[in-house]
Design a protein around this ligand. Sequence first.
Ligand code: THU
Length: 130
Amino acid sequence: MSHDLFEAAKAAMSKAYAPYSKFRVGAALRTEDGRVFAGANVEIASYPEGWCAETTALGHYIMGGGGKIVEIAVLAERMAKCSPCGGCRQRLAEFCRPETKLYLCDNAGVAETVTMGEMLPYGFRGDILK
Ligand code: THU
């Protein structure tokens, strides 16, 4: 992973709105043509209404024109190798291939690299809906 993706996730993490859990998360993704989109988690006083950093990044990615996602970095302030929740795995998988790399980071950089296929085997496939 080039350092800019990690830096984008880190910068996003610093913008997290997490006053309830104090668990700040940043995510950044890169498209095939090199664009980078990042996001932070957003918490709401009505707890189930909050959403994850990965989901914020996906919103920016769609508004920035979408495309094929080739790599993703996730970083949490208080946890090394923060792994995307089940819902975010399904959301990310919508725009990735099984071989898309996902970098689970710590404060220094990549701590572990996995693929989306490993993260979400047997995820729901929407092909039949198209
Ligand atoms: N969270 C993320 O933003 N991404 C993850 O991959 C795991 C969890 C957020 C949601 C919530 O704001 C906080 O972390 C604690 O669950």
